[in-house]
Design a protein around this ligand. Structure first.
Ligand code: PLP
Length: 474
């Protein structure tokens, strides 16, 4: 290949003789962020990350943190996994941008080849890649409406599908994602999700009863609000993520499948957070044995590079006219190379066995903490989740369902999850909250070791004990 123009052909400006005046101090960086980065971004803290390896991150102030966030389920093989880094470097040295409407690239096509072997059902055989999860949701809306020639979309109470206009219209986990920006896309209908707290039912309500209630809800919805003949799709997260880490009961998913089959509605499964081994199966929908009509994925399959996608049956995708899907960066070739390396690792290692073993270890440890009522366990209402998507819901004075406790008349704060999150942070453990309920979630890299889980559990135990002491006024 001929080389590009050299600096001798493009004259230097005087500014080239001095280093660019860029800030490096932590305080300086924080001050620029404070003044010049939108307040529309929520941020846990203003720490500045410098390095990440595996499940550890290092800040510019040399704080070493154990990362149980994986950047919200993205760095599934851990920060800077050598196989993925090598693939990114090699690809960046070859070609960085191949515009998808101009031509194909080897990593893009090979990624399709690799993904075909991982699908929950061989009928899912036609792909489109985009950059973010929200964009892939936009594509899913477009495909379902085009194929069915219907407008209406049904979503779950508590569901989260993103922040772009169409995706935000489908989001039901928190109003903060779209407050004040309406009107959003119309024709979206909300049905109840089988989660005891959202349904206003006690925690020990049997799953069959929750499912019965949810089924009643959607049957009514299809008779009273959106006729099946007008309904293009039902969107579902197999584990509701931003809604509180609640796995969808398989019986409910099976019922949705039957409804969709009966009425020609498309079942769209959003695996953006749950996909690629996160829940102990390659895709979380496999826990139910149900075949989706269309699946949306992102996050964990490129270990940090921005790429998302949808997959459906060729017969459905063939409804799309050339040019109806696309985007300047759609399926970026470096991101495809990273995804290829990540999926190659997943296909050549017993990652599912490992995820299930670590999941069991975390559930056991958290349930022991919960059972230790003398050291704060009484504050935990429920430990739940699937695979390495695990949450604790704490007691809440504002909820009649969770405010009762065994500690006499002490007054409960409404933010136990945040207090525990802060206490974890003070001990070097990074964890996230989620949902409108006091929920703390753990979503670590899939490759974390047994020792790293033990380390997290011992920090969590101490953090909960300390918060309980404060609440109990000891
Ligand atoms: C289930 C689900 N859908 C959609 C999205 C939106 O993805 P993105 O933030 O990449 O736009 C997310 C992000 O957290 C998600 O968890």
């Amino acid at each position: 290949m001929p080389s590009v123009a050299t600096t001798s052909e493009i004259p230097l400006l005087p500014s080239a003789s001095k280093p660019l005046p860029l800030t490096t101090s932590t305080q300086g960086l924080q001050s620029i962020a404070d003044k010049h980065i939108t307040k529309g971004l929520g941020r846990l803290r203003d720490h500045v990350f410098k390095e990440g390896k595996g499940v550890r991150v290092l800040t510019t102030e040399n704080e070493k943190l154990l990362d149980f966030t994986s950047g919200i389920g993205v760095t599934s093989l851990g920060h800077a996994h050598p196989d993925v880094t090598a693939a990114i470097v090699a690809q960046a040295q070859s070609i960085i941008h191949v515009q998808c409407a101009i031509g194909l690239s080897e990593p893009y096509v090979q990624l399709v080849e690799s993904l075909l072997t991982m699908m929950p059902d061989p009928s899912l055989d036609s792909f489109f890649f985009w950059n973010s999860g929200s964009e892939a949701i936009e594509a899913a809306i477009k495909v379902t409406r085009t194929k069915t020639k219907r407008n209406n979309i049904v979503v779950m109470q508590g569901g989260y599908h993103g922040r772009t206009s169409g995706a935000a219209a489908l989001t039901r986990s928190k109003t903060s994602f779209f407050k004040g920006t309406g009107p959003l896309m119309p024709c979206v209908y909300t049905t109840s999700f089988p989660y005891w707290h959202a349904m206003g039912l006690p925690k020990d309500t049997p799953e069959e009863v929750l499912v019965e209630q949810a089924i009643l809800g959607i049957e009514n919805l299809l008779q009273q609000q959106t006729a099946p003949e007008d309904t293009a799709a039902i969107f579902l997260e197999p584990v509701i993520g931003e809604g509180g880490y609640v796995p969808t009961p398989p019986a409910y998913i099976k019922h949705l499948r039957q409804l969709c089959d009966k009425h020609g509605i498309m079942l769209v499964v959003d695996e953006i957070q749950t996909g690629f081994c996160r829940t102990g199966k390659t895709f979380a929908i496999e826990h139910s044995g149900v075949k989706p009509d269309l699946m949306v994925f992102a996050k964990g399959f490129a270990n940090g590079m921005p790429i998302s996608g949808i997959v459906t049956r060729s017969e459905i995708m063939s409804a799309m006219q050339p040019g109806s899907l696309g985007g300047t960066y759609s399926g970026n070739v470096v991101a495809c190379a990273a995804a290829l390396a990540t999926t190659r690792y997943m296909r050549t290692h017993d990652i599912l066995g490992h995820v299930n073993a670590r999941s069991e270890q975390i559930f056991k440890g958290l349930r022991e903490i919960q059972a230790d009522t003398e050291n704060g366990g009484w504050m935990i209402e429920e430990v739940r989740g699937q695979g390495l998507m695990i949450a604790m819901e704490f007691k809440d004075p504002n909820s009649k369902l969770t405010r009762n406790h065994s500690r006499g008349d002490i007054s409960l704060p409404g933010n136990l999850n945040k207090l525990v999150q802060d206490a974890c942070y003070d001990r070097g453990l990074l964890v996230l909250t989620t949902s409108i309920y006091p929920v703390l979630r753990l979503i670590p890299a899939l490759i974390l070791s047994e020792d790293e889980v033990d380390e997290m559990l011992s920090v969590m135990k101490e953090a909960i004990r300390e918060v309980a002491k404060g609440v109990e006024g000891k």
